[in-house]
Design a binder for this molecule. Structure first.
Ligand code: CP
Length: 339
């Protein structure tokens, strides 16, 4: 099994199914009021080059619930990229923390951290992909399966720009053997390289990859309609062109949703630009599962941390733990400490 969680396609379908089951067990335990302290005493170093609500909060809360602790490390407040190289930052964090989570502008940055780190590195979103979101999304889809379907035969239609969430959805759904469709104007469709990765999954696991401009047809058999922002930080100058390309045909609204099967659900990774890529009418409707999806980021992060990090932690429980405690106390007492 890979040491890091950088791309979903680094893992087999069987490994992803295992972690989905682990997420389910941890969600049940959490709802029951007792998350196992699998990360007792562990430290999570979290580098965020971009803003985040869900990824930051879910990892921080997940670390605490598992008995560990998370540090929020913001460029400008740590030396990364200014007075210290990426490699040295990775080496130093590896000496002090048990895992590194990073949200990076550039995918090369997460690859560099992973290369120089000796502890697991988890990708909290880059300009290429968002694998922790994708894992959470598979888990959420499994919780909302239509009658008679399994996770392997869902039809997922992603409407909108070829974002990092679009790439991860393409990779994750095809890894499960699902039918994936992206509906978008030509200029905003998934590049060939992503489609090739998806088709390699299809060759192994079944399913399909379709990229189309025909959004009306793309929703007709969809079990899930997924959408994402039409622009992100740094794309402000492109907003007029993007709005013109997507609006009104690719907006997820009541009219478009009425073309989908009655059981079809809406997913959105959030944050949403309400009234832009999707309307309130749909985002707040019973067909929307966006807040189950958001909550599941927490359960997914617990699963990822338990899966990747817990097995790497050294434990000196029992007699050895007592020996260390006694030895340290004896030394301090010998120096006059009388507690
Ligand atoms: N979906 C997601 O990654 O949200 P944040 O940007 O708030 O972390």
């Amino acid at each position: 099994m890979p040491k890091n969680f950088i791309h979903v396609y680094d893992f087999s379908q069987e490994e992803i199914l295992d972690v989905l089951e682990l997420i389910r067990l941890l969600k049940v335990a959490d709802k029951g009021g007792r998350t196992p302290r699998l990360l007792d005493g562990a430290s999570l170093g979290m580098i965020f080059e971009e803003p985040s609500t869900r990824t930051r909060v879910s990892f921080e809360v997940a670390a605490t619930k598992l008995g560990g602790h998370a540090l929020y490390l913001k460029p400008g407040e740590i030396h990364l990229g200014e007075r210290e190289s990426l490699a040295d930052t990775a080496r130093v964090l590896s000496r002090m923390c048990d895992v590194i989570v990073a949200r990076c502008w550039k995918h090369e940055t997460i690859l560099g951290l992973a290369k120089h780190s000796t502890v697991p590195v988890i990708n909290g979103l880059t300009d290429y992909n968002h694998p922790t979101q994708a894992l959470c999304d598979l888990f959420t889809m499994r919780e909302h399966l239509p009658a008679g379907k399994t996770i392997h035969d869902l039809k997922v239609t992603f409407i909108g720009d070829a974002t990092n969430v679009c790439s991860s959805t393409l990779f994750a759904t095809t890894l499960m053997g699902m039918d994936f469709t992206q509906a978008a104007p030509k200029a905003y469709q998934a590049p060939k390289a992503w489609v090739e990765i998806g088709r390699a999954n299809v060759a192994r696991y079944g399913g399909s990859v379709t990229i189309t401009e025909n959004v009306e047809e793309a929703v007709q058999e969809a079990d899930i309609i997924y959408t994402d922002l039409w622009w992100w930080c740094g794309q402000e100058a492109e907003i007029p062109d993007r709005r013109k390309a997507f609006m009104p045909r690719y907006q997820v609204n009541g009219q478009l949703f009425s073309r989908a099967p009655a059981h079809c659900k809406l997913m959105h990774c959030l944050p949403a630009s309400r009234g832009v890529e999707a309307t309130d009418e749909i985002l707040d409707s019973p067909r929307s599962i966006i807040f189950d999806q958001a909550e599941n980021r927490l359960h997914a992060e617990k699963g990822i941390l338990a899966w990747l990090v817990a097995p790497t932690l050294k434990r000196a429980d029992g007699a050895l733990g007592q020996y260390y405690a006694d030895q340290t106390r004896a030394f301090l007492r010998s120096r006059g400490w009388d507690n």
